[in-house]
Design a protein around this ligand. Structure first.
Ligand code: NOJ
Length: 573
């Protein structure tokens, strides 16, 4: 029997770009495609081989491009379709691949399909979205169910013209497409997928992929008695037709040999995840689970206090996503700590205090590079960028998720200053905004994000620490966070089987200070030790005949203790 060659995406190292905040080439304060083009050599120099570009499609930007008006057109402030085709070509020329965001659970309410759908009850596209009549309780009109939307409030929006509600799991300007309708599905494949596959893209990150089949639309159980709207994620995710829809979608993707990584919220059950990512199921290549990035979230995400988690719970979450490879030999997993929906990992999982941030960034790099699965790195993570400071006021938060939450707290608490201060503290720790500030390119006007002569200020306030954390300085400094990422990615490639494909075992899950795990691949074994505290910790190396220090994140030798936030990898024999 011949063993089929490994799929390229298993060994890929994927760099994620958020177009609005990556690089502004024309001085309008918003990043653009030509900005990305101008930094391709920088991206390549990190050691990544694939680029994922967040939505660059035409959009009213209510949810930063995840509300798409036209799948086949680039958002004009980002550039033109020709710019995009040039960018795809230049990425390929450098031997890298390119993955786009596929956002087809919903469109913008300004998409031509929705405009038709909402125009009358007998429009041929009426059934392309999810319309329902009102319920009446004591003569009062109420939505069809009590589901809470992902950005707060009801998931239903009343439409005066046709006197019905439409479903929107995100904001009202993002109506959900009706995947039950086969004509809708075919239109999605053609416009959102084939259009770009024909132009050379190598795959998709598939937005909220497990929400296409909504399942049971009855009321969700009451988990927040103070609210009219209740969490319903377990009802609208992973519905009964998911496998069928994904297999059909996969038939199109297979024709182009395109890869997929699906975003898979509200699915802690690994057996359910396996059904999506086992190769023989022909659904998705891999998914982003939320086990790790949800660590420290409250029942409603921001209803929490900073660092409200223990190290064992963080390790268990990692072990759970790593376990996919053991559960089924044809399954695959991902490694990521950041993306455009998460605050910065140094601020969340290590320490962003000035004396610790570099060590924290290197520690997380070392840990991630030793874990199995496809590795994702988010812009600025390679520099050790951190959350913006507490002293910035609420006007710096631009994201609908953050502003809606703050409004909700204001309403529910009657503007109670303590409740508002707690909400802001939580946002300072967890808000998506922290990942969306302009990339710090240089110690220069606008941190080098916009050209120096630019008259418009960047759309989000640039960080104030660019003098100590910027790409230009770090590119020439092998001791920087960037220098360390380059080193770790090279080591990951050099020991590809062990680090990307090896079996993961946590040696001491209950330790509150250390994360110690091994990776095993056939005869090879690595021991990874990470000190997740800001003090020196004595280490206990398991009894082995021979150990060879492969790397210390702080460049130390084989001493018997780990410095604050130090990580090490040993090869064992
Ligand atoms: C997940 C995306 O990553 C997020 O940014 C967006 O707000 C929602 N899906 C809705 O598309």
């Amino acid at each position: 029997m011949t063993i089929p060659p490994r799929k390229w995406w298993k060994d890929a190292i994927i760099y994620q770009i958020y177009p609005a905040s990556f690089k502004d080439s024309n001085g309008d304060g918003v990043g653009d495609l030509n900005g990305i083009l101008s930094e391709l050599d920088y991206i390549h120099s990190i050691g990544v081989n694939t680029i994922w570009i967040c939505p660059m499609y035409d959009s009213p930007q209510v949810d930063m491009g995840y509300d798409i008006r036209d799948y086949e057109k680039v958002y004009p402030p980002y550039g033109t379709n020709e710019d995009m085709e040039r960018l795809i070509g230049e990425i390929h020329k450098r031997g890298m691949r390119v993955v786009l965001d596929l956002v087809v659970n919903h469109t913008s309410d300004q998409h031509a399909w929705f405009r038709e759908s909402r125009s009358s009850k007998d429009n041929p596209k009426r059934d392309w979205y999810i319309w329902r009549p009102a319920r009446y309780v004591d003569g009062k009109r109420v939505p069809p169910n009590n589901w809470l939307g992902n950005f707060g409030g009801s998931v239903w929006q009343w439409d005066d013209l046709t006197q019905e509600y439409y479903l929107h799991l995100f904001c009202p300007e993002q109506p959900d497409l009706n995947w039950e309708n086969s004509a809708t599905r075919q239109a999605i494949y053609k416009s959102a997928m084939e259009f770009w596959l024909e132009r050379g893209v190598d795959g998709f990150r598939v937005d909220t992929v497990n929400m296409y089949s909504k399942g049971d639309m009855s009321d969700a159980p009451i988990t927040d008695p103070g609210s009219e709207w209740q969490f319903a994620g377990y009802q609208y995710c992973n519905g009964p037709r998911m496998a069928e829809f994904l297999r059909e979608m996969n038939e199109v993707l297979e024709r182009y040999d395109a890869m997929t990584v699906g975003e898979c919220p509200h699915t802690p059950d690994m057996e359910r995840v396996l059904q999506y990512v086992s190769a023989k199921a022909k659904q998705l290549n891999m998914v982003f689970q939320f086990d790790v990035v949800d660590i420290g979230h409250g029942p409603y995400k921001f209803q929490t206090t900073p660092k409200n988690y223990t190290l064992p719970s963080f390790k268990r979450a990692i072990a759970s996503t790593q376990s996919l490879l053991r559960r089924a030999p044809d399954a695959w997993t991902t490694v990521f700590l950041e993306n455009h929906d998460q605050a910065r990992s140094i601020s969340r999982f290590t320490s962003d205090a000035p004396q610790h941030r570099v060590a924290g960034g290197k520690l997380l790099s070392l840990m991630m590079c030793a874990l199995s699965g496809t590795l994702f790195l988010y812009q600025g993570q390679e520099l050790g960028m951190i959350n913006f400071p507490e002293r910035w006021d609420m006007s710096e938060y631009k994201d609908i998720d953050s502003t809606n939450y703050y409004k909700m707290v204001a309403e529910r608490s009657n503007n109670d200053p303590e409740a508002l201060a707690a909400a802001k503290k939580s946002l300072q720790h967890l808000a998506r905004d922290h990942a969306r500030v302009p990339m710090s390119w240089a110690d220069a006007p606008f941190n080098g994000f916009s050209p120096p002569e630019s008259t418009s200020t960047p759309w989000m306030r640039p960080l104030e620490d660019a003098a100590t954390c910027n790409a230009r300085q770090q590119a020439g400094d092998k001791d920087s966070v960037l220098g360390f990422w380059k080193k770790m990615l090279a080591l990951r490639r050099a020991h590809n089987d062990l680090f990307v494909h090896g079996e993961f075992d946590d040696l001491d899950v209950e330790s509150e200070e250390l994360f110690v795990f091994t990776k095993t691949w056939r005869g090879e074994k690595a021991l990874v030790m990470c000190n997740f505290t800001d003090k020196v910790v004595q280490m206990e190396v398991p009894d082995v005949s021979k150990r060879e220090l492969l790397v210390s994140s702080l460049g130390r030798g084989d001493e018997e203790n780990l410095e604050a936030w130090e990580g090490r990898v040993y090869l064992l024999a």
